[in-house]
Design a binder for this molecule. Structure first.
Ligand SMILES: [Zn+2]
Ligand SMILES: [Zn+2]
Length: 343
C-alpha cells in the first residue's frame, strides 16, 4: 500500500509498504480521508515530540471497514467509520469510567506505536471505531477528532441557560466551541478573530458579537457587551500568551475559565493568580476528547452541529507536505485540511 512515512525533522517520503494485518480485536480500514492537525505540523517540524520516526502519522481518520480480526466483529464489514484517537487498556480505573484518553497504559492512533491514517489502510481496535451517520462525508469524518475535543470540553464544564460566553480563537477549535455553547443554551456569545475574513465564519458558527482583536479593544468590547461584568464562561481556544491572560481577566467574578489552546512552553505567560483567587474563578483545563463521539455524531446527523464547511483544503496524500504548510501558514479562508490516500 501507499503510505507517507515521517522520517525525521521536515522529512516525509511516499513509500510502498506491506498492508497491516488485523489482530484479533481489530478492524482493517480503507482510509478515504485523513485530517491534518497542527500537532502533525509540530511533530514534522520538530517542535513537539510524541514518539520517534520513522512512523506513519495521521490521527484524524475516516474510512470503510474491509476486514475484521475475528468472526464476532463481522457486523462491522462495509461500515463507514470514524476512528477515535484514544486507545485504552480497557481495565484501569480511567478506561472503566469512560476516560480512556487518561489511561497510563494506552496510546493514540497515529502516534508510535500505532500506525496512523496517512496510508491507504490501517488496523485499529474495534473499540476505536464509530459508525458515521448516513449523509456524512468522509471528509467530515476525518475532521471529527478536532471537533470532538472542544465538544467534549463543553460537555464536561457545562453551560448554564442564558450564560454569557467569550470564545477566543476562530480556528477549528474556536468555531467548534461556538457551535457547542450555542447548542448548549448559551446566552450572548462573543467571539474573537484576528482577521476580518474570519468574521463571517464565527457568526455562522453562532457568535452574536465578533471582535477583531487586530483593530478593536477586546477588553472594552467584552465589558460593554456584558454590562461591565465580563463573560460568565471564558474559553481560550487560541493558547497564545495574551489570550490565556485575557481569558482570566475578562471572566466575570465567580465565573469559569476553560483553557483548551495549548500554549508554546517556551513562552508561557505569567498567570494572573491573584485575579483567580480574589474574583473566585473556577479554572478547568481540557485536552483530548471526553467520550463524546456518539452524541456528537447524533448531533451532526440532526443538523444541530454543522462541520461540513470546516473542510476548506483537500490534497492527495502525496501532497501532505503542502497540507502541512497550509496548516502552519493558515492562508486566507483556511479552517481545516484533509488528505486523500486514494488520489
Ligand atoms: Zn489532532
Ligand atoms: Zn486503561
Amino acid at each position: 500500500m501507499k503510505a507517507m512515512l515521517w522520517e525525521g525533522q521536515n522529512r516525509l517520503r511516499m513509500v510502498d509498504m506491506p498492508e497491516p494485518e488485523c489482530e484479533r480485536n481489530e478492524l482493517k480500514i480503507k482510509v478515504h480521508s485523513a485530517g491534518v492537525c497542527t500537532t502533525d505540523a509540530h511533530i514534522i517540524h520538530g517542535t513537539f515530540r510524541n514518539g520517534d520516526p520513522p512512523h506513519v502519522l495521521g490521527h484524524e481518520i475516516a474510512g470503510e471497514v474491509i476486514q475484521t480480526g475475528h468472526a464476532g466483529l463481522e457486523s462491522w464489514l462495509g461500515k463507514r467509520v470514524v476512528v477515535e484517537t484514544a486507545v485504552g487498556c480497557g481495565v484501569c480505573e480511567h478506561c472503566r469510567s469512560g476516560n480512556k484518553h487518561l489511561c497510563a497504559n494506552g496510546g493514540e492512533i497515529g502516534f508510535p506505536p500505532y500506525q496512523g491514517g496517512y496510508a491507504q489502510y490501517l488496523c485499529v481496535p474495534w473499540t476505536c471505531a464509530h459508525v458515521m451517520p448516513v449523509g456524512m462525508t468522509y471528509d467530515e469524518g476525518a475532521i471529527l477528532e478536532a471537533v470532538a475535543c472542544p465538544m467534549g470540553a463543553i460537555r464536561r464544564i457545562g453551560v448554564a441557560f442564558g450564560e454569557t460566553v467569550l470564545v477566543q480563537g476562530a480556528g477549528v477549535a474556536g468555531l467548534s466551541f461556538l457551535q457547542a455553547v450555542r447548542a448548549a443554551s448559551a446566552g450572548k456569545v462573543i467571539a474573537t478573530v484576528t482577521r476580518e475574513s474570519k468574521r463571517e465564519q464565527a457568526a455562522l458558527s453562532g457568535a452574536d458579537v465578533v471582535v477583531n482583536v487586530a483593530t478593536e479593544d477586546l477588553r472594552a468590547r467584552v465589558l460593554e457587551e456584558t454590562g461591565g461584568k465580563g463573560a460568565e464562561l471564558s474559553i481560550d481556544a487560541a493558547g497564545a500568551p495574551g489570550t490565556l491572560t485575557d481569558a482570566v481577566t475578562l471572566c466575570a467574578a465567580r465565573g469559569r475559565v476553560l483553557l483548551y489552546g495549548l500554549p508554546d512552553e517556551r513562552s508561557l505567560p505569567a498567570f494572573p493568580v491573584p485575579e483567580i483567587i480574589l474574583r473566585q474563578l473556577t479554572v478547568l483545563g481540557v485536552t483530548n476528547n471526553e467520550n463524546v463521539w456518539e452524541p456528537l455524531l447524533a448531533m451532526i446527523a440532526r443538523g444541530t452541529v454543522r462541520i461540513r464547511d470546516f473542510v476548506t483544503h483537500r490534497y492527495p496524500l502525496s501532497a501532505l507536505r503542502e497540507a502541512i504548510e497550509a496548516v502552519s501558514s493558515r492562508p486566507e479562508g483556511f479552517i481545516k485540511a484533509v488528505v486523500h490516500p486514494w488520489e
